[in-house]
Structures are given as structure tokens and as C-alpha cells.
Design a protein around this ligand. Sequence first.
Ligand SMILES: Cc1ncc(COP(=O)(O)O)c(C=O)c1O
Length: 398
Amino acid sequence: MSVHSSASLIEREQQSLFQVYRRLPIAVQHASKCRITDVEGNEYLDFLSGIAVSALGYGHPRLVDAITRQAQAFMHLSNVFYQEPQIEMAELLLQRTGYSRVFFSNSGTEAMEGALKLARKWGTLNNKTEIFAFTGGFHGRSYGALSVMDKPLYKSGMGPFLPNTQILPFNNSIALKNAVNESTCAVVLEFLQGEGGIVFAEPDFVNTMLELQEQYDFLIIADEVQAGAGRTGKFFGFDHFMVKPDIVTMAKGIGGGLPLGAILGTKRVESVWEKGNHGTTFGGNPVACAAGIVVMKELAGGVQQNAHDVGCYLRENLSVLQQNFPDIIQEVRGCGLMAGLKLSTSAAPLVEALLKRRVIANATAETVIRLLPPLIATRKDVDEFTAAMQDCLKAHRG
Ligand SMILES: Cc1ncc(COP(=O)(O)O)c(C=O)c1O
């Protein structure tokens, strides 16, 4: 592989791509397990994993092998054909979750788009129109997804959005009670908000939602794109509650690094779509599904348990940091390997300081450092992160 200096790559990027991303100043040469090496040979500990995508880390041998073998057999056919990897992946998901049907997409936003269409069609059949979602939620960049989000940066100047959608304050049971009624078609939420700052739904709020569902018979759509696929130590983020949403969206970690998304539905919605109602050319791509099969098997074979165990260890470490730096760290958030440090100050300078110590994390919701390491991360990786974080906090305090 040819080596380019970071500076030349950065300049070429600026001349060739729409400038929508705030990239880290790292041009990557190679990645392995939880480490990224840049073109200058510097090695970074990656506690972001491609924003919760590289669940098995980089270069996982069984993943690489499965992808290679599938690419040699066939790389793309379209959904005109029956394809073993797609069907096996669907079966694994259904066996693991108890859901009834799967639709494969390529991304999280596309899964949400389909989930909203599925809910709308169900609503048409049941005379229900209104869709509610919550502040702080993140569901993607397409119009359906943006219509169920509130953040101005993502939306301003790009309306109009879908009608009959409304954003309610997250974790506010009273607002929810006042909003839903017989015309409610669906409620969309992340039970554990990622972009929103690693914020769990509160048990009272979830209970209110379930009582209202009992009363008004709407659908619950859970966005598990970030919290799903074992990241929190359970398969779904909502598995931390006694709840079974009617529709679930997945993506990110489920493809282990290849573009794979999924919509899961219960029996309630399994016959809502008829042939031709929804579709995609690439969704359920056999190579992506071959990767997904490995992810599912590895999760069941110990990786999800690792996310739980190493996640507990991470939480203990973060709690010690909080005790030592209570003036900077207000709260330790999250579960498993989806963690957040809520700060009393802007998170960006600390994220920059971490990067100088060759540790990658990111800032979200302005004051939260978000940690999304690969699910194969070890206690040693956590120790290394903790030492770097401690250094940064000391330096920050001055
Ligand atoms: C919870 C959640 N939903 C949906 C999405 C959108 O996924 P994608 O970027 O694959 O479209 C994201 C992406 O960050 C996400 O975190």
C-alpha cells in the first residue's frame, strides 16, 4: 500500500469531497483489533470503533475469511434471487431475538425509513396517523429519520419534513400522556440515546409508554442502531427493560464493518407489507450478510459477554476517575461498552487531549465524552484508556 502524508491527504480531501465531516487529523494506514495506525506510523487506541461499527475490532480473522469466501462465490445478486447468507443471517437474528420477520437495509437511516413506512402502512390499515419521537434522539440523515429528530444542526434549512410527526421531551411522562391518543400510530425512540449523550430512558417513562400502548394500541419502534448487537452487554439496549417493541431498527455493529442494516418486526406487523411495498437493490448484500453471520456467532460465542464484563470494568474505572475529578466529571453514563462521561465543561478539549495521547474517543451532546470501543476490547485496553484519561483530566485542571 502506498504511503501518503496526512497533510497531502487532508488537502486532497478538501478539494474533492463535500465538506460535511469534522474529521480527526488522522490518515489511516492500517487497523488491527482495537488499534489504528496512521500513515506516519503512529498507533492509536480506538475507543470509537467507527462509531460503534467495528464490533469485532479490525482485521478479525474469521470475519475477513467469511467475507473473502463470500466475495469469491458471489458478491451481489440483488433481491431477485434467493441467497443463503441473507436467509441464514435473518434466521440467526430471529432465533436470537424472538422477532418474526426481518428486512435488510444498508444503513441505520434506511432501516428507520423502512420502519416508518411499515408503521405508516399499519396505521393506514388501523386508522392511525400520528408518529411521536423524542428530543435528543438520533435516527439518521434521510427525511423520515430527520422528521423524528429535533437537533437544528441536522435539520435547519432542509425542511419541510414528514407531516404528522411530532417531537416530545424525552423522559417526560406527562408530555407523552398529553400527546398520545387513539390516532397515535407509533412512538419512536432509542431506549439508550447515543448521540443524545448516552442517556437511558427512565423506567417510569417506559412504564407510562407501555400503559399508554395498552390503552391506545400504537406501535413502539426501537432504534437499536447504536445500542444494539451486544454493545450494552445485552443483545438490545431495550433488553435492560421489560419491553418488546413492535419494530426494531439495527445497523452499525451488526455488519461488523460492512454496510448492513435491518428492520425486525413482531407478528403484529409481519403481514403489513405486500410484495412490492418496500425494497432495496443492495440491502441484504451477501458479503455484508456473511459478515453479519460471523458477528452473530461471535456475539453468542463470548463477545457479548465480554462487552458486559469489560464494560463493568470500564464503568468501575470511570467511577474512580469521577471520584478523583468530581469538579470535571459530573456523571458516568451508559452500560457495557457504550459509555459516557458527562462533564461540567465542554468535552471537545478533553477529546483533543486524549488524541494527543493517541487515544480516540468522541464528544457528543457538547459536554459528553462518548466511549464506544470494539466489543473485543480487553481490561488492558481499558487500563490504557483510563491512564490517558487521568493524565488529560490532571492537565485540564492545571
Ligand atoms: C441510534 C442511531 N440511529 C440511526 C443512525 C443512522 O445510521 P446510519 O448512519 O447508518 O444511517 C445512527 C447513526 O449514528 C444512530 O446512532
